[in-house]
Design a protein around this ligand. Structure first.
Ligand code: NAI
Ligand code: MG
Length: 487
């Protein structure tokens, strides 16, 4: 049976206090399929009014039904959310692919299963966590108790919509908070369905609220300004993070930030070249290069530079671009017209800066509609070029040769970003030595995107504030109180 890839229109409403509701203003905006440029449906545009309703519902639920639920039942609810996501995997993957332009197989094998696992993981993790206790000789004993932070605003980007939303929502709920979610305006579909999934899993009304809308002067800003929101967890662009910090400062909200990256992929001559190529194809171009962890700055040690480029270019040319529902497709469409133009703007800039395109750099032949771009490899650019310095967030990489360890460490760190890095080498000592000197929160050696959800995840420098994952997520989503008892 061929999958239905044309949708009946899917209109997105807000999910507030357990119910799907429209905006009071009646305002809506259009949601497009980036692969066809066709209309997927309309989306209710929320603002101050809807955020206010959602925050009030979240506050009531926090001090009401959600507080009364015992930990075992909370764990069971979280597990059920994960179970329902898996039961509805095909449907969710299809919606995710329609909304983002990413290959269906990718949504179905990564985005959606991982969204389910986020709930299963934090449900299990919750069962095992405790707090500290310190005895002061025979004078006193200290112990701490963990409480939720309160009502938390979760603001999400469009590249991995359900995966990243649930990466926040699962620990947020596990720690006993209630949430107001602002999905990315470009990808409202799976978030909308998640409201129903939470309800079906037994989440009490008001615990999870979803308000659609834009960022500035819209639902996003209303959420960060709201005096009754205790914390904001934000994933998105570094520049947006700066705006949100200023806005959240007025009410001194707790902040967690996962921001942009311009990650180095460092390849030493002693590495296993076939393995390097196989993984580098993914770390460069998966999800159309629209992953914050993509290694878009590739540094190759001089002795294997030519050999690497020959193989890398040949493999890149084999990548099939086009219909996200074709199982052979490796690269789908970029998210939107605006983003497509922005990425193309960087390609023009690369030419001006003297870059040489070894492959890609243009719309694939035969694809007239949709925001398709050939995966692009650029050489000949200096490290100070904007194309090497700024996050492009598309299927575009630069390759630069290097001669020494010191030189490549200096180049890798020569950026405002510090999210992730990959190092390829079979020299054990060098792996440790270089890893410890790279300024990034997540460092992979001889692999990429291998994730254990217990580990700290996040960026340094302008790539983020704080860490998520395992205990780190609980640290953000809970308040600790120390209780000191004189004996
Ligand atoms: P964006 O910053 O434009 O938007 C993200 C979200 O923030 C959207 O929901 C948007 O409506 C909202 N927003 C925008 N302005 C706002 C404001 N003034 N107040 C409140 N909310 C506001 O980011 P985009 O383009 O959606 O996502 C791409 C970016 O996300 C890239 O820079 C990428 O590196 C970063 N990202 C980082 C990840 C990480 O874990 N470090 C993971 C995925 C993406
Ligand atoms: Mg869309």
């Amino acid at each position: 049976m061929k999958m239905e890839t044309k949708v009946k229109t899917f209109d997105c409403k807000h999910f507030i206090n357990g119910e799907y509701v429209a905006s009071k203003s009646g305002k809506t905006f259009e949601n497009l399929n980036p692969a066809t440029e066709e209309l997927l449906g309309t989306v209710c545009e929320g603002g101050k009014e809807e955020i206010d309703r959602a925050v009030n519902a979240a506050r009531k639920a926090l001090n009401g039904p959600w507080k009364k639920i015992k930990q075992n039942e909370r764990i069971a609810i979280l597990r059920r959310i994960g179970d329902i996501i898996l039961e509805r995997k095909d449907e969710l993957a299809r919606l995710e692919s329609l909304d983002t332009g990413k290959p269906y197989w990718l949504a179905s094998s990564v985005d959606i299963p991982r969204a389910a696992y986020n709930f299963h993981f934090f449900a299990d993790y919750l069962r095992g966590i405790g707090t500290e206790a310190y005895q002061m000789d025979d004078e006193a004993i200290n112990y701490s108790i963990r409480r939720p932070v309160g009502v938390v605003g979760l603001i999400n980007p469009w590249n991995l919509p359900l995966l990243l939303l649930t990466w926040k929502l699962a620990p947020c709920l596990a720690a006993g908070n209630t949430a107001v979610i602002k999905p990315a305006e470009l990808t409202p579909l799976t978030a909308t369905v998640l409201g129903e999934i939470c309800r079906d899993a037994g989440v009490p009304d008001g615990v999870v609220n979803i308000v659609h809308g834009f960022g500035p002067n819209s639902a996003g800003a209303a959420l960060t300004e709201h005096p009754d929101v205790d914390a904001i967890s934000f994933t998105g662009e570094t520049t947006t993070g700066k705006v949100i910090m200023a806005s959240a400062a007025k009410t001194l909200k707790k902040l967690s930030y996962e921001l942009g990256g311009k990650n180095p992929n460092i390849i030493f001559a002693d590495s296993d070249l076939d393995e390097v190529i196989e993984t580098t194809i993914k770390s460069s171009f998966i999800n159309q290069g629209e992953v914050c962890l993509c290694g878009s700055r590739i540094y190759v040690e001089r002795p294997i530079y030519d050999q690497f480029l020959a193989k890398f270019v040949a493999k890149t040319k084999e990548l099939k671009i086009g219909d996200p529902f074709d199982p052979q497709t490796k690269i789908g469409a970029l998210i939107s017209k605006e983003h497509y133009e922005r990425v193309n703007g960087y390609l023009d800039l690369a030419k001006e800066e003297g870059g040489q395109f070894l492959t890609g750099g243009k719309r694939p032949e035969g694809l007239k509609k949709g925001y398709y771009l050939e995966p692009t490899i650029i050489v000949g650019l200096d490290r100070s070029c904007r194309v090497v310095q700024e996050e492009i967030f598309g299927p575009v990489v630069t390759v630069i040769p290097f001669d020494s360890e010191e030189e490549v460490i200096m180049q890798a760190n020569d950026t405002h970003y510090g999210l992730s890095a990959t190092i390829w080498t079979n020299n054990l000592r060098r792996a440790h030595r270089v890893a410890a000197q790279i300024e990034a929160g997540i460092i992979w050696v001889n692999t990429w995107f291998l994730r254990d959800l217990r580990t700290p995840f996040g960026g340094m420098k302008q790539s983020g504030i704080g860490r998520e994952g395992g205990m780190h997520s609980f640290e953000f989503y809970s308040e600790l109180s120390n209780i000191c008892i004189k004996l």
